[in-house]
Design a protein around this ligand. Structure first.
Ligand code: GLU
Ligand code: ASP
Length: 503
């Protein structure tokens, strides 16, 4: 039974490749255009919304904000970011067993758009939480699936595959780059809700591209349901879902009746979940009868890499929360005759990615076999992440008070990107190679659990930040990253051996 479906899937793979026009987009399959622009617009809406949301949450109500404290705002942003990545587990499962990738990503996009539409209306905290719910589920359904359809368009041994993913990565970061400048500017200069409505328009544009080009450009890619639920499984799943929903509802109702359901308690619950879910994933994979001895060794090798990724994303994502507060409160915003909006700083990271990614790719190719191993690259990722926090500590500690030049922030974003380019582009492929074969479908979700855990932890630690303790805050977190970088570097030979032939 299993073997049959395996063969079946293999035949399908070639059929899928054959159904996609193999050229037409920079020498790549035409479907890459569809996926590039769908993801471009989705990331535009996501990062545009996030560039604005932080300020919307803590701005005073007289200015049109929600008037929460800054500490609560960074906690909400982090919990939100964590859940967006956690929900890729649900999105991956839905695509695999019920909807297929293509449908899952399309309906996900619709939910995302509705989430932004909700924020386009002035509705207070309730609308915010509704919008978050829609975007969490929607992104979980879209993000992992749009990336894996990219992979489906290339034949197994097609050497354009890596280049295809690099182009796709440019799409992600181009959307993330222009969004703060457009959504952020309109939101901060004119009106928050008008800004959020532009995010909705962006997602609509992505959906239209997908809808109109899918048939001819994507062929069969993303169409199949790889491992559909059988009839008995359907009954079982529905029962479990029902029970799960009841338990959840009981917890929510019970705890709100008791007065326990607060933003704080919810943050703690997500913090715990963010750490427990990856532990559960690893345990299940490690103990599974389908995991071989070699795969166990690879899995153990993956654990320190995963921990490093969590540390890295913790710092990288604070660029949108803590450094967002820093941009607003601590930075000189009238600069060289220009009035800078704090949201614009969110364009720095993707801009540096776009500029530097080709240079990094060139360096790795030039180095060929002499390029650093994966554990060393991860260690470099942590080194730069740590340094980026030490950079931003300098002006506060040694600048003699007063507002700080925006160039310090820009430098900090630049340094973290050096790390991001060592870690992020290799992360998913490393996960795919080190995850046991029986769990390969979950590799994408597993990799996304790193930023999920990172932001769950951020939700707990970020509220500790204040202007008064800023040196200590950046120093401890940046220092922790440097220490981990050294530990990982020292462990690199052991990790490499445990990877058993995988590079
Ligand atoms: N900035 C990347 C994106 O939005 C991060 C993805 C990741 O966490 O790997 O796609
Ligand atoms: N560099 C991030 C990613 O690759 C984008 C961002 O943080 O704005 O998409």
């Amino acid at each position: 039974m299993k073997g049959n479906s395996g063969n079946h899937a293999e035949i399908n793979k070639q059929d899928i490749v054959d159904s996609v026009p193999q050229t037409g987009f920079f020498g790549h399959p035409k479907g890459l255009l569809t996926l590039f622009f769908t993801e471009f617009w989705e990331r535009f809406s996501y990062y545009g919304m996030r560039a604005l949301l932080l300020y919307y949450i803590y701005d005073q109500t007289v200015n049109g904000g929600l008037g929460f404290s800054e500490a609560t705002a960074v906690a909400i942003m982090s919990v939100y970011g964590s859940l967006v990545y956690m929900s890729t587990i649900i999105g991956g499962w839905l695509a695999d067993r019920v909807l297929g990738k293509s449908k899952s990503l399309f309906y996900g996009g619709v939910l995302i758009m509705l989430g932004h539409v909700a924020l386009a209306f002035p509705g207070g905290a309730t609308t915010l939480f509704l919008s978050m719910g829609l975007i969490i589920i929607g992104t979980g359904m879209l993000k992992p699936n749009v990336s894996s359809v990219v992979g489906e368009m290339y034949a197994e041994n097609d050497n354009r595959r890596d280049a295809g993913f690099s182009i796709f990565y440019m799409g992600i970061n181009s959307g993330a780059f222009i969004a703060p400048l457009i959504v952020g500017s309109v939101g901060q200069k004119v009106d928050y809700h008008l800004g959020f409505s532009l995010a909705a328009v962006g997602m609509l544009a992505g959906l239209l591209v997908f809808l109109f080009t899918r048939k001819t450009y994507l062929g069969l890619a993303g169409a199949a349901v790889p491992n559909p639920l059988t009839r008995e499984e359907r009954g079982r799943v529905l029962t479990r879902l029902g029970i799960g929903a009841l338990v959840l509802a009981a917890i929510v109702v019970g705890s709100s009746l008791l007065g326990w359901l607060t933003i704080r308690s919810f943050t703690i619950a997500i913090g715990v979940l963010g750490v427990l879910i990856p532990i559960a994933y690893f345990t299940v994979m490690y103990r599974s009868g389908k995991t071989t001895e070699i795969e166990r060794s690879r899995l153990l090798a993956y654990i320190p890499l995963f921990v490093a990724a969590v540390m890295f994303w913790s710092i990288q994502e604070q660029g949108a929360t803590i450094l967002g507060v820093y941009a607003d409160k601590r930075t000189q915003l009238d600069f060289m005759g220009i009035r800078i909006e704090p949201s614009w700083f969110q364009s720095a990271n993707p801009l540096f990615i776009i500029v530097l990614a080709p240079i990094f790719a060139w360096i790795w190719t030039r180095l060929g076999d002499r390029q650093p191993s994966v554990p060393v690259k991860f260690s470099l990722g942590l080194l730069f992440a740590g340094l980026s926090f030490l950079v931003i500590l300098i002006p506060g500690q040694f600048g003699g008070g007063g507002l700080v030049s925006p160039l310090w922030l820009v430098l900090s974003y630049f340094v973290v990107v050096l790390g991001e380019l060592c870690l992020s582009p290799v992360g998913l492929s490393t996960t795919t190679k080190l995850a046991p074969a029986a769990f390969s479908a979950q590799a994408m979700s597993l990799w996304f659990l790193a930023p999920a855990a990172a932001q769950a932890i951020n939700a707990l630690i970020s509220p500790l930040y204040s202007e008064a303790n800023e040196t200590l805050y950046f120093g401890i977190i940046g220092g922790a990253s440097l220490v981990l970088a050294v530990v990982l570097f020292l462990l690199a030979p052991i990790i490499r051996r445990a990877m058993r032939g995988i590079h």
